[in-house]
Design a protein around this ligand. Structure first.
Ligand SMILES: Cc1ncc(COP(=O)(O)O)c(C=O)c1O
Length: 384
C-alpha cells in the first residue's frame, strides 16, 4: 500500500507501538491513586509533560492533555471566553480546521461576535483586515499555524505583534505544523497552542493545549482535579505514554524527516508536472509545508481519481479528510477563490516519515494513466 494521507493521520512509529505495548502489559494504575502503582503512572505522565514542554519551548505546568486536537481548539476559545466575561468577540480565519470554524458558529449562536478574516489565493491571511477587526471587546485571536488542506504557513509572529499592541490573547492550531517545521511557543509568542498525537506517529484520541502561565482560562470539562483542575477525567494514560514517545522520536528524527520528505515531495511535484498536463498546485509556493501537495486536476472529479488510485492501493484524499463525508466543496478551497468545478478536482497528497522513493515512483507510474483515462471519458478540453 502507498499511503499518501499523512495529514489525515499517521501510522504509529514502531518505537511508539513498542512503548505502548510495554505500558499496557505493565501498568494499569490510576495516576490519582496514592499507592505506588498509581504514583508510577503519575510520574510517567509528568515525564511526558516535560518532553512535550521541552519540544515546544514551554514549561511543564503549561501543558494540559486533552482528548484530541479538536478538544484543545474548543478549550482554547471557549475556556478563554468563559474567563474573560467582559469581552465577547473572537477573530479567526476562513481557512481554519472545523474544530475552530464550527466552535465559532456555536459561539455566534450563543451571541458572541466572530470575525472570519479572509485569505488570498495562496491561503495567506490578510493582516490588515485582522487588525481592523479588533475592538476593545476582542478576547482572543485564533489563527492556524499551517493549513491541513493546502499547507500554507501563516505569519503567526506578525499576528502576535498586532494582538499584543491591543492586549489580546493569541491561540494557534499547530496540529499540522508540529513535527514538520519548528514550533516554539516563545518564538511564535502565542498564549495558547494546540497539538495532536496522531499527526506525529502517535496514537489517536490524545492532544494537548499549551497555556502560557497567567492566561485566563476556565475548564471545558468539570468533575475532577486532574490537569490542574483544567481538564477533569481520569487521564488517557496509554495515549499520553504513546504521545510522549512519539514526541521523543520526533525530536530525534524531525530534521532528517523534513529533508527527506521535502526531497520526495519535490520529485512528486516535478514528476506530476512533467507527466500530466493542466494541473494547478494550490497553497503558497514557498511558505508551505512542503510534504502537503494540493493539486487541481482540471476537468476531472477528484473523487474519481481517489477511487481509481484506491484500486491501485494508493491512499490520498480529496481536499480534507474532515470534509470527505459532506457534499459541499471544501471551505478552504472556496476561501482561496477556486471555482466549484476546480475545487472538486483537487487531490491532497500528504507525505510522511514512512513514504519511500518507490512509493513516489509508483504514483508517478499509475497516476498519469488514470488522469488521461478520466479526461478522455469526460471529454476534457482546455480553453486556450
Ligand atoms: C489543523 C487541524 N486542527 C485540528 C485537527 C483535529 O485534531 P484531532 O484529530 O486530534 O481532533 C486536525 C485534524 O485533522 C487538523 O488538521
Amino acid at each position: 500500500m502507498v499511503y499518501l494521507d499523512n495529514n489525515a493521520t499517521t501510522p504509529l512509529d514502531p518505537a511508539v507501538q513498542e512503548k505502548m505495548s510495554w505500558f499496557l502489559k505493565n501498568h494499569f494504575g490510576n495516576p490519582s491513586s496514592l499507592y505506588p502503582i498509581g504514583h508510577q503512572v503519575k510520574n510517567m505522565i509528568t515525564e511526558v509533560r516535560e518532553i512535550i514542554a521541552n519540544c515546544l519551548g514551554a514549561q511543564r505546568s503549561e501543558i494540559i492533555f486533552t482528548g484530541s486536537g479538536t478538544e484543545a481548539d474548543n478549550f482554547a476559545l471557549r475556556g478563554v471566553l468563559d474567563a474573560l466575561s467582559d469581552k465577547n468577540e473572537v477573530i479567526t480565519s476562513t481557512i481554519e480546521h472545523p474544530a475552530i470554524i464550527e466552535t465559532g458558529h456555536y459561539l455566534q449562536e450563543k451571541g458572541y461576535k466572530v470575525t472570519y478574516v479572509p485569505v488570498d489565493e495562496m491561503g495567506m491571511i490578510d493582516l490588515q483586515t485582522l487588525e481592523e477587526a479588533i475592538s476593545p471587546k476582542t478576547a482572543i485571536i485564533s489563527i492556524m499555524h499551517a493549513n491541513n488542506e493546502i499547507g500554507t504557513i501563516q505569519p503567526i509572529e506578525d499576528v502576535v505583534k498586532i494582538a499584543k499592541r491591543h492586549g489580546i490573547l493569541v491561540h494557534t492550531d499547530a496540529v499540522q505544523s508540529f513535527g514538520k517545521i519548528e514550533v516554539n511557543v516563545n518564538k511564535l509568542g502565542v498564549d495558547l497552542l494546540t497539538v495532536s498525537a496522531h499527526k506525529i506517529y502517535g496514537p489517536k484520541g490524545v492532544g494537548a493545549l499549551y497555556i502560557r502561565q497567567g492566561t485566563p482560562i476556565k475548564p471545558l470539562i468539570y468533575g475532577g482535579h486532574q490537569e490542574r483542575l483544567l481538564r477533569a477525567g481520569t487521564e488517557n494514560t496509554i495515549g499520553i505514554i504513546g504521545f510522549g514517545e512519539a514526541v521523543r522520536v520526533l525530536m530525534e528524527k524531525q530534521n532528517e524527516d523534513k529533508k527527506r520528505i521535502e526531497k520526495l515531495a519535490t520529485k512528486l511535484m516535478k514528476g506530476l508536472e512533467e507527466k500530466i498536463p493542466h494541473l494547478k498546485f494550490n497553497g503558497h509556493p514557498e511558505k508551505r509545508i512542503k510534504g502537503t501537495l494540493s493539486v487541481s486536476f482540471l476537468g476531472i472529479e477528484a473523487e474519481a481519481i481517489l477511487l481509481a488510485l484506491a484500486t491501485k492501493d494508493v491512499c490520498v484524499s480529496t481536499g480534507s479528510a474532515c470534509s470527505e463525508d459532506s457534499e459541499e466543496t471544501s471551505h478552504v478551497l472556496q476561501a482561496i477563490g477556486l471555482q466549484p468545478e476546480v475545487a472538486r478536482s483537487v487531490i491532497r497528497m500528504s507525505l510522511g516519515r514512512f513514504t519511500t522513493e518507490e512509493d513516489i515512483e509508483y504514483v508517478l507510474e499509475v497516476l498519469p494513466e488514470i488522469a488521461d483515462n478520466l479526461r478522455r471519458i469526460s471529454s476534457f478540453e482546455v480553453e486556450e
